[in-house]
Write a protein that binds this ligand. Structure first.
Ligand code: GLN
Length: 191
């Protein structure tokens, strides 16, 4: 059985676990480096990237996960989770820390703040139309040529919203807040 971790420091952990379990994936809430044993991949949930970044450091997970990511460990980062994977954070908190693994620049709250949360259909490569939920979403403003864009959104200009670079996936919206499991399924199938 596929075994996938969900980083469980802060954010919408329960929703990601429910989605993965619906796909018959065994999930493990990851709070310490020991929880990483035997996983085939991990999801970084949405939430508050500065809070999660802080807890990653104090739990020792920043270092343990950094090593795994260097060794090509699969990670799916949604919203705040995408910010944590990115190499460049625009409008971040002073000295906001990230893994710098996905070669992209993201702007925190780039689509506006809470009031600007919205739902919109996007066309996902290999999947088709998908109803995407954006909540204080980061906007992807630059991707390197190593990054594949699987979906983008034309809102104040065209910006990628679902990307993949090798084993790293990043999504600026929240696929865990719908009943449509096709994006999680694509990640799981890639493991
Ligand atoms: N704006 C949040 C942050 O910077 C991300 C929002 C979300 O994950 N829904 O962490």
């Amino acid at each position: 059985m596929t075994r996938v971790g969900v980083l469980a420091l802060q954010g919408d952990v329960r929703e990601h676990r429910a989605m993965l379990e619906h796909l018959d994936v065994e999930t493990v809430p990851v709070r310490t480096p020991a929880d990483l044993q035997g996983l085939q991949g991990i999801v970084f949930p949405g939430g508050e990237s500065t809070a999660i970044a802080h807890l990653l450091k104090s739990s020792g997970l920043a270092e343990a996960l950094g090593e795994l990511i260097n060794d090509d460990f699969p990670v799916f980062g949604t919203c705040a989770g995408l910010i944590l994977l990115s190499s460049e954070i625009l409008d971040g908190r002073a000295q906001q820390w990230s893994f710098g693994a996905l070669d992209v620049a993201v702007r925190r709250n780039g689509y506006g703040r809470q009031i600007a949360s919205f739902e919109v259909p996007v066309s996902v490569s290999g999947i088709g139309e998908y109803e995407a939920v954006f909540i204080r979403a980061p906007r992807i403003e630059r991707v390197s040529k190593e990054v594949s864009v699987l979906a983008s959104l034309d809102k104040d200009g065209e910006h990628p919203v679902l990307i993949r670079q090798g084993n790293l996936w990043g999504c600026s919206f929240h696929p865990e807040l719908t009943t449509d499991s096709r994006i999680h399924d694509a990640f799981v199938q890639s493991l």
